[in-house]
Ligand binder design. Structure first.
Ligand code: BV8
Ligand code: ZN
Length: 248
């Protein structure tokens, strides 16, 4: 399953950077964005995941997020999420960068985690930016208002919005200093997240893609492994432990 080159890279690696997308949560039952049963098959991103759409039709957008929260509240992390938790304990420097807002990495136990696009379980006031995490706000379908009177929105990054300050810089720094860059379950279409594997590649990291199909970056990575992350990641961790144990 794993080439000699990949095994050697993992054997000597000190710093690992991992970028995950919706594909790592697919086996938990969370629909991806662009797959055939993707979340966006019914809607187009511009209709929902942007600020103007929210201001023009807050009820539709808020209901879409409540629908996704309801769905996500019923799923669990899968072996792919747990494999990354194990990987974090193997490598001295391990940075997990996720585009996902589903909180499944946190539930699985990942610690050094950068959320590029926010978190669906947090809400935020449009006017005063107060962050709300209480479950009630999350569960109600009806629009919610802050004490200041501002409309409450999901605390996620919409198209056309900048990523949370500092997060992208930390993700780029981790990508530029790692020895191995793992890109898992992303179509690599959304910027600036999709540039991170290239930072890794350009800085000399051994770049690995794990995806059920090829993507726009497949040609660029050092190793493309086609398959489900929930199958491949546990095997990658098993191989890593063996190879580094034999290293003494
Ligand atoms: C920004 C949060 C600076 C919300 C998301 C015009 C105007 C403004 C901006 C732009 C513009 N043109 C381009 C841009 C930039 C834009 C962008 O990239 N657009 C793309 C679509 C062209 N980016 C932005 O706007 C970003 N901000 O640039 O700020 C700026 C500001 C103003 C003006 C200009 C620039 C903000 C982007 C963040 C958007 N928010 N999510 C929410 O979730 O509701 S993005 C959304 O897509 C999710 O976060 C998701 O994670 C992300 C990426 O999708 P993927 O994770 O890759 O999911 P996808 O379904 O696509 O792919 C799944 C993959 O998994 C597939 O490859 C599949 O094969 C694989 N898979 C499936 N099952 C498995 C598997 N792999 C392994 N195992 C399996 N079992
Ligand atoms: Zn407010």
């Amino acid at each position: 399953m794993f080439s000699e080159k990949l095994q050697n890279a993992v054997k000597s690696a000190k710093q690992i950077a991992v970028l995950t997308g919706a594909g790592i949560s697919a086996e938990s039952g969370v629909p991806t964005f662009r797959g055939e049963n993707g979340l966006w098959r019914k809607y187009r991103p511009e209709e929902l995941a942007n600020f103007d759409a929210f201001i023009n039709n807050p009820k539709l957008v808020w209901e879409w997020y409540c629908y996704r929260r309801e769905l996500i509240s019923r799923v669990k992390p899968n072996p792919g999420h747990y494999a990354l938790v194990e990987m974090e304990s193997i490598f001295p420097q391990f940075t997990l960068i996720t585009q996902n807002v589903d909180n499944l990495h946190q539930l699985a136990g990942s610690r050094n985690l950068l959320e590029l696009h926010g978190n669906i379980w947090r809400s935020r006031c449009v006017d005063c930016s107060t962050i709300l995490t209480d479950e009630d706000v999350v569960k109600k379908d009806a629009l919610q208002y802050c004490e200041c009177g501002g409309l409450i929105r999901p605390d996620v990054v919409w198209f056309g919005e900048c990523l949370p300050s500092g997060i992208l810089e930390r993700a780029a720094a981790a990508s530029a200093r790692c020895d191995v860059f793992l890109c898992i379950g992303t179509s690599a279409l959304v910027q600036p997240a999709a540039s991170l594997p290239l930072y890794g590649k350009r800085s000399g990291a051994f770049t690995i893609e794990i995806n059920t199909e090829s993507t726009v970056i497949t040609e660029l990575v050092d190793e493309s492994i086609i398959g489900k992350s929930g199958d491949i990641l546990p095997q990658l961790v098993k191989m890593t432990k063996e190879i580094r144990k034999n290293q003494g």
